[in-house]
Design a protein around this ligand. Sequence first.
Ligand code: HPA
Length: 317
Amino acid sequence: MKGCGIPPFPQRTRKGWGTLLWVGEMGERMSYFDQVSEAAAFLRGRLGAMRPRLGIVLGSGLGAVAEAVSGAIVVPYGEIPHFPQSTVEGHSGRLVAGTLGGVTVAVMQGRVHFYEGYSPHEVTFPMRVLGALGIEAVVLTNAAGGIGEGLRVGQLVALSDHINLMGWNPLAGPNEPRFGYRPGAGLRFFDMTEAYSKRLRALAKEAAAEEGFALDEGVYLAVSGPSFETPAEIRAFRGMGATLVGMSTVPETIVARHMGLEVLGLSCVTNLAAGLGVAQLSHEEVFAAGRQVEQRLAGLLERLTPRIAAEMERAGQ
Ligand code: HPA
């Protein structure tokens, strides 16, 4: 597996918590922040005059959005310095920058997960790079199991909140204030009351209604995977207030908020969670259900991006 060599969790040295350091094959030392900056500088070189304002991360089977991007510059993750590579089927692994709904966007087609063996810092590396590129907001999409009453396979749901049951937080270790790319961000402790932007959610609902479907709200509970949940776990999660379950998004939301970015979370219900449906859960089912809604997601995002851009402008971001 090709990772960027960061230790699984920050290492405590005799001098206490130091800056996150990466030690290369030749013994060279580079901080995590410098790695992110190097990856962003590389991408800036490849993108030329293109300056993405909005980031979009695509989940399992949801890659079609990238095809809707016009004037695209495509950069495979393997070419970007220090970038982790996805090992999961359904996650392409390329950055697609271009225009969607008249707005310059950077789309991550494919992401990496903790269950692949990547460290929390590797999992959130691409999100950090999007922040370093200067985006103002990010749309995080994912495939999720439906826990909430009445949820149907193929439904899109906007996240109103999350529950982190991954067992870790990507910000554990020394704080790096230089990640505060937006005003007031980069703090050790920060508020998560509105992790998912209310105003972006309102815009998404409006756009969905115009596309002819209702966008419900849900609470996403993140587990580390890779095994799906047991029915008893799903019953417990429901009692905790979760309506969706998945293995991604939450680490990205946390670092996006650390950088001061606004987040819109969109789940595609690819299956009913364990014990709620009749079939056994499989990655194939998740992937196939994603493929069925990816066009709808693309239509929604194409309609939504100019509104997000206008809202950010109006709010003086
Ligand atoms: N559980 C966890 N992750 C998932 C599921 C699920 O049921 N469906 C898609 N991702």
